[in-house]
Ligand binder design. Structure first.
Ligand SMILES: Cc1ncc(COP(=O)(O)O)c(C=O)c1O
Length: 415
């Protein structure tokens, strides 16, 4: 046996071991036009501009001016970080519970992530937990709508406006979710989406950045897609800036376009079913399903989950989750690895060693990612159990079955 650590997996490969009594995401349901669009790309000899078509269709569906399609949300937010052009050592406030892809692009541009704690009992942060993190180096607030639960965007926008900060949404887990009747991704100045195969609008891979800001969109295309190059007449490309080529491939766009045609109906279904499932889970003593704020008029749920009351059970949260997986909930587990200040170990390492940009300058103060700074997030995640992913294949009978499994495991372990 080798001691070499196992590398992280992605796509369908990451979900192959998930079996149980409930539906799983893979194989994914694809829109009926998937093959036709793929065929069109091939038949056109790659001239079909499927990527442009998808960008226009997605922008129209959201009601925004610009959609810049990329190979994923990680690159989409890197494109955004490049377009923002903030100085090394500037700070961005980021939700503490999220996927690594949320922060990578900004970190890569030497922007320092600052994580507020989550609101008590919530998976998301709040204006109250964000406010004390704002300094004279803060440039933006990156809000992640975890599991599809949309943040208090009115409160966050008001706070940001008082300090002149850019409001960014990471809407990867909330595609076509609605907050007070407005779509996720349109609630700040700019947003990132993922169309990775395991996501709600699952294509092959893929993502995009959306905005109504013409200048930001232009700069994003220049820095993130044209590799910082301009055309000089009678010469060719001049690379005036260190840019990237994060462009969505045509075949990915073909699948995204097909998925876009069926997504609204699927999200409406997810919203109905998850409310039913949480209603059933709520009836079980010691179990608290994720709370859907009244503001979330459509909960585009990507990942279902609940907290257990530790004093009610004789087992640990991890044991409870393992028993659920064994009893038939595919991929049931804990989500502590979503706690970024802890899981992104190089942040604490570099901050501690004052590695650039934590050196002073460009940083203006020391940084710490010590776990004690996030008591609410730790308390939440230590009692949180999630489905690997929730999916559009659920029907009411699956809610009954899932609740029966949770009840059985709860009763078996009750003190
Ligand atoms: C909240 C969030 N942000 C960003 C990402 C990264 O997206 P992608 O895999 O498309 O790069 C994910 C993917 O899991 C995510 O859930």
């Amino acid at each position: 046996m080798s001691d070499k650590p196992k590398r992280a997996q992605w796509g369908a490969q990451a979900h192959l071991d998930e079996r149980g009594k409930l539906p799983v995401s893979f194989p994914r349901i694809l829109g009926p036009n998937a093959m036709a669009y793929l065929q069109e790309v091939a038949d056109s000899g790659l001239t079909a501009d499927m990527t442009g078509r998808f960008e226009r269709a997605f922008a129209e569906a959201l009601g925004v001016k610009h959609c810049i399609a990329t190979p994923g949300c990680t690159p989409a937010l890197h494109v955004l970080a490049l377009a923002c052009g903030w100085a090394p050592g500037d700070e961005i406030i980021v939700s503490p519970i999220t996927d690594y892809g949320t922060l990578h692009g900004f970190v890569a541009q030497n922007i320092i992530p600052v994580f507020p704690d989550t609101a008590p009992g919530s998976i998301n942060f709040s204006p109250e937990t964000i406010a004390p993190c704002i300094t004279d180096r803060t440039r933006g607030i990156l809000c992640v709508h975890m599991t599809g639960l949309i943040n208090d965007m009115d409160g966050i926008n008001a706070l940001a406006a008082r300090h002149g900060l850019l409001v960014i949404e990471d809407a990867c887990q909330a595609v076509f979710g609605e907050y007070k009747g407005r779509l996720a991704g349109t609630l700040g100045q700019v947003a990132g989406f993922s169309f990775d195969s395991e996501k709600t609008m699952g294509s092959d891979i893929g993502g995009c950045m959306v905005t109504n800001d013409d200048a930001l969109a232009e700069q994003a295309r220049y820095m993130g897609q044209s590799r910082g190059a301009v055309m000089k007449p009678e010469y060719g490309r001049l690379h005036a800036d260190a840019g990237y080529a994060y462009r969505m491939p045509q075949c990915t766009a073909a699948l995204c376009l097909a998925q876009l045609e069926i997504i609204r109906e699927q999200v409406a279904h997810r919203d109905r079913i998850i409310r039913m499932l949480y209603g059933r889970l709520d009836e079980i003593p010691g179990i608290t399903p994720l709370r859907i704020p009244g503001d979330n008029t459509v909960y585009s749920c990507w990942m279902a989950g609940f907290n257990i009351e530790p004093s009610a059970f004789a087992c640990s949260t991890g044991e409870f989750a393992a028993q659920l997986a064994e009893a038939g909930i595919p991929g049931a587990g804990m989500g502590r690895y979503y706690l970024m200040p802890e899981a992104v170990t190089y942040l604490a390492r570099n901050a501690g060693a004052k590695v650039y940009p934590y050196s002073m300058p460009p940083a203006s103060r020391p940084y710490s990612y010590a776990i004690e700074r996030y008591p609410n997030a730790v308390a939440f995640l230590d009692t949180f159990i999630r489905w690997s992913t929730f999916c559009e294949k659920y029907q009411p009978e699956h809610c009954e079955l899932a609740a029966a499994i949770v009840r059985e495991v709860a009763d078996k372990n009750r003190v």
